[in-house]
Design a protein around this ligand. Structure first.
Ligand code: KIV
Ligand code: ZN
Length: 515
């Protein structure tokens, strides 16, 4: 079996998804989970984009012990120097350099001819190799680059000292036959190709990212780049969990496998979804809520007779377990702690106490507390951000013939109570207007979504909001059996993140484009 290296770019290309803006703590938490998943390489960000991005890459570099930590840079000294600073504490650092090579990008974006592209990239790779033992070079928009020029660029990159050459289908334009052929051509024609690793980086604009990545593997790619849940620019990147499961399920066909700990996939997917606020569609392959649900009578009958009739992957493979122990209001601290261990949480004593108190509150309102409820409850507050405001009380008056009114009471960090009332177009609008008055923050609600954590009338509601203020975007999440309270919690959570982000100087990018 050939080993396929996994390069995770959830924290860089994934974070380029619209509305996603992870803070440093959240990036570190995801990086630590990626280590549990055993990805080989973690692209932590684009250090030259802003001081906040540089600091976040540095924090990830300090936290990660086993995986290679990578910073992205354009082919210029100032970006390479920013990445040097960001990665100075990494155990195993790597620089990811890129420069566009396709005719469209050369002509319209770079205004460079082929020779200038070759010379600029070569100078950048040579400069980078003075400081980094590992340098990956990406000819951006390789998919639409003339194949003979791509061979020339790859040969130059190898001579200049690149250790990995990555082939990006930047705009998701390729089909599997074409993309596979690029790898075959490079392997057969470029002198010295055996000295480096060849990598594939696909985007999903035509829904072909995973298929293209697999075609690359069949034609000699050593590394696949992608993200958890397939998040990323526009339609996203290759879903790493899809590639890993395709190789696992069709071993005889591919004769290749990743080193991923597959049972960590479900947990990693949930974490990324929660922290980015990007909800995983129910029908998403591998990690969607319906990926293992069998609805039709014929399928259910088949499953009962013999699972392999309709199931090619078992839920246990990705770490989904059927719960044996359902908790309720009579469950004690011991059972609760056992459940946390069973669900894979390693919490401090203080966190367990907090979670237990919230569990008891919920059990009073809900007969059976499911695993999903417990996850939703404790994950709401796992990444501790300083809370400038906490929600104390909320009261709403609503009638279909009257204007909704809300009163909220918030407590600030110094202990001052801020009570305000406001009207609104609807109950949630009234609550948000009252919170705005109480916090004094001028924010714009950019997105609001609500989902139920489990089924039934007493299910927990989970609200996700995205707020904007002066070019900074933050997300917030709130959970409660009451959707108005969940809405208020999510909003206050986002305001707290905004205040934290403003203080730390993160979040605002110096409008750096990828050119
Ligand atoms: O899609 C792309 O081309 C990229 C490069 C920076 C590798 O993300
Ligand atoms: Zn990309």
């Amino acid at each position: 079996m050939r080993k396929i290296y996994i390069f995770d770019t959830t924290l860089r290309d994934g974070e380029q998804s619209p509305g996603v803006n992870l803070n440093t703590q959240e990036k570190v938490e995801i990086a630590q989970q990626l280590e549990k998943l055993a990805v080989d390489r973690i692209e932590a960000g684009f250090p030259a984009a802003s001081p906040g991005d540089l600091a976040a890459v540095n924090a990830v570099a300090k936290a990660v012990r086993n995986a290679t930590v990578i910073g992205l840079a354009r082919s210029r000294h100032q970006d390479i120097d920013a990445a040097r600073e960001a990665l100075k504490d990494a155990q195993d650092p790597c620089l990811h350099l890129f420069l566009a090579t396709s005719p469209i990008h050369r002509q319209h974006k770079l205004r460079m001819d082929k020779q200038q592209v070759l010379e600029t990239a070569e100078a950048a790779i040579k400069y980078a190799r003075k400081y980094f033992p590992k340098v990956e070079f990406s000819p951006e928009d390789a998919g639409r680059t003339e194949l003979d020029f791509l061979c020339e660029v790859t040969e130059m990159a190898i001579r200049a000292g690149a250790t990995v050459v990555n082939i990006p289908d930047t705009v998701g334009y390729m089909t599997p036959l074409e993309f596979g052929n690029i790898f075959k051509t490079l392997r057969e024609n470029v002198p010295g190709i055996e000295k480096i690793q060849l990598s594939a980086h696909c985007h999903d604009d035509l829904g072909l990212a995973t298929a293209n990545a697999l075609a690359a593997i069949m034609n000699g790619a050593d590394q696949i780049e992608g993200t958890i849940n397939g998040i990323g620019e526009r339609a996203g990147n290759t879903s790493l969990e899809e590639v890993a499961l395709a190789l696992e399920t069709r071993q005889h066909l591919f004769q290749a496998k990743t080193g991923l700990v597959l049972t960590e996939i479900a947990r990693t997917s949930r974490l990324v979804s929660r922290l980015t606020g990007m909800v995983v569609p129910g029908n998403k392959a591998i990690v969607g809520a319906n990926a293992f649900a069998h609805e039709s009578g014929i399928h259910q009958d088949g499953m009962l007779k013999e699972k392999s009739t309709y199931e090619i992957i078992s839920p246990e493979t990705i770490g989904l377990k059927e719960s044996k122990l359902v908790l309720g209001k009579h469950s004690g601290r011991h059972a609760f702690r056992e459940k946390l261990i069973d669900l894979g949480y390693e919490l401090s004593e203080e966190q367990v106490n907090l979670a237990f108190a919230k569990f008891k509150e919920l059990a009073d309102k809900k007969k059976d507390v499911s695993d999903e409820d417990i996850r939703a409850l404790i994950e709401e507050k796992l990444v501790a951000i300083p809370e400038a405001f906490t929600l104390e009380t909320i009261q709403v008056s609503y009638g279909n013939q009257s204007v909704p009114t809300a009163t909220v009471r918030l407590q600030s960090l110094e202990g001052t109570l801020h009570e305000e009332a406001a009207l609104g177009n609807g109950s949630v609008d009234a609550i948000y207007n009252a919170i705005d008055k109480a916090t004094g923050e001028k924010v714009e609600l950019d997105d609001y979504s609500i989902k139920s954590v489990t089924h039934g009338k007493d299910a927990l509601g989970e609200v996700h909001v995205v707020l904007l203020q002066d070019g900074i975007s933050v997300s917030g999440r709130g959970v409660s059996t009451d959707i108005l309270e969940a809405s208020a919690r999510a909003y206050v959570d986002a305001v707290n993140r905004l205040i934290d982000k403003r203080k730390s100087g993160a979040g605002r990018r110096d409008n750096v484009s990828l050119i």
